[in-house]
Write a protein that binds this ligand. Structure first.
Ligand code: AMP
Ligand code: MG
Length: 317
């Protein structure tokens, strides 16, 4: 506190500067355009909107560590939502719901080593969608269509702003290239995802990541998974993750053991799976701020948000 005063710039002054960043209103307007067009696309395609939850006894275990964010209430331990993956599966148990989506705030208290990636916030909004009885090919094509729909809308509705922020209108893409993690890694080494993102000028799909227990494993080729990530080009990196979901009890148990997941926390979810009630689903979630960042060509995702949410950094508001 004292050193801030000595330097003559207080935390309040810094915040006031931040709140007056010249590009911010335009960036927020683009983000609003993304959300508006996405709602329209979802409505046209027949997906039913479900409201988000911020607390639940179970949430996404993620495939990387974050600081615990849970609270005690009514004799229960409630976690702040890291993603609504399990709630999407459970909501689709309704016989008349075929597909849903959620504008879902996520809290992931990422460690400070992710502060300077340009891609990480410790809270953000994910647009999370899920289909019953569909496969990965369907979801990938759905997302490609969504991106073109949103981009065409922005070109039509906010052309001057796009020219100001990114120097040109948004491209509309043909079918996206598809890569497999193991092949890219063999060709490019451990940093393959970012290297391929830098080499590409269109979004691409990256298949077969080894991660959480809920991604379906290929029974014909154990150790490979029916999952897919959208990677934004030009070095912007991952923008969406999705998968066909594991819904078979025995397979879920096996994958929980492999991934070191705490089965006790998931006992009621496991009971639903044991009863054979988990529907077969596939879906994905994309980060709104990451799409905004890509569209506006902003290096630091913290410049997309009004208030700072950089991993490991304090904020006064
Ligand atoms: P995940 O299923 O963990 O890959 O999260 C889904 C999507 O949410 C990612 O592809 C990103 O677009 C976005 N996302 C995940 N973590 C963050 C974060 N810490 N900050 C901003 N966006 C994120
Ligand atoms: Mg991911």
């Amino acid at each position: 506190m004292q050193s801030e005063v000595l330097e003559g710039v207080s935390a309040v002054d810094r915040m006031l500067d931040r709140l007056s960043r010249p590009l911010l209103p335009g960036v927020l307007r683009i983000q609003q355009g993304i959300v508006r067009a996405t709602h329209e696309f979802m409505f046209k395609k027949g997906l039913t909107q479900v409201m988000p939850l911020m607390l639940s006894p179970i949430t996404d275990p993620l495939n990387h560590g974050v600081v615990d964010a849970s609270i005690a209430y009514a004799d229960t331990r409630w976690s702040l939502t890291k993603s609504m993956i399990f709630h999407k599966q459970l909501a689709l148990m309704h016989p008349e719901l075929e597909s849903i989506y959620i504008m879902s705030p996520n809290v992931r208290l990422e460690f400070a080593d992710r502060a300077e990636t340009g891609r990480h916030l410790f809270e953000f909004t994910q647009i999370d969608f899920e289909f019953k009885n569909k496969d990965r090919f369907f979801v990938m094509e759905f997302m490609e269509d969504l991106v073109n729909f949103v981009f065409a809308r922005l070109n039509a509705e906010l052309p001057e702003l796009l020219l100001e922020l990114r120097g040109e209108l948004l491209p509309l893409y043909e079918k996206w290239p598809v890569y497999r993690t193991e092949k890219l890694e063999a060709a490019l080494g451990p940093d393959y995802e970012m290297l391929q993102s830098k080499l590409s000028d269109t979004p691409f799909w990256l298949l077969n990541h080894k991660r959480e227990f809920y991604d379906k494993e290929d029974q014909l080729k154990p150790g490979t998974y029916f999952n897919y990530d959208l990677v934004w080009p030009l070095g912007f990196g991952e923008g969406l993750s999705g998968a066909e979901r594991e819904n078979e009890y025995k397979q879920i148990l096996k994958r929980m053991t492999e991934t070191g997941t705490n089965k006790e926390i998931f006992k009621d979810y496991l009971e639903v799976a044991k009863q054979g009630k988990l529907p077969r689903t596939a879906g994905a979630g994309f980060g709104v701020e990451r799409m905004t960042r890509f569209i506006c060509k902003i290096n630091d995702i913290d410049d997309v948000t009004v208030f700072p949410r950089k991993p490991g950094h304090a904020s006064i508001f």
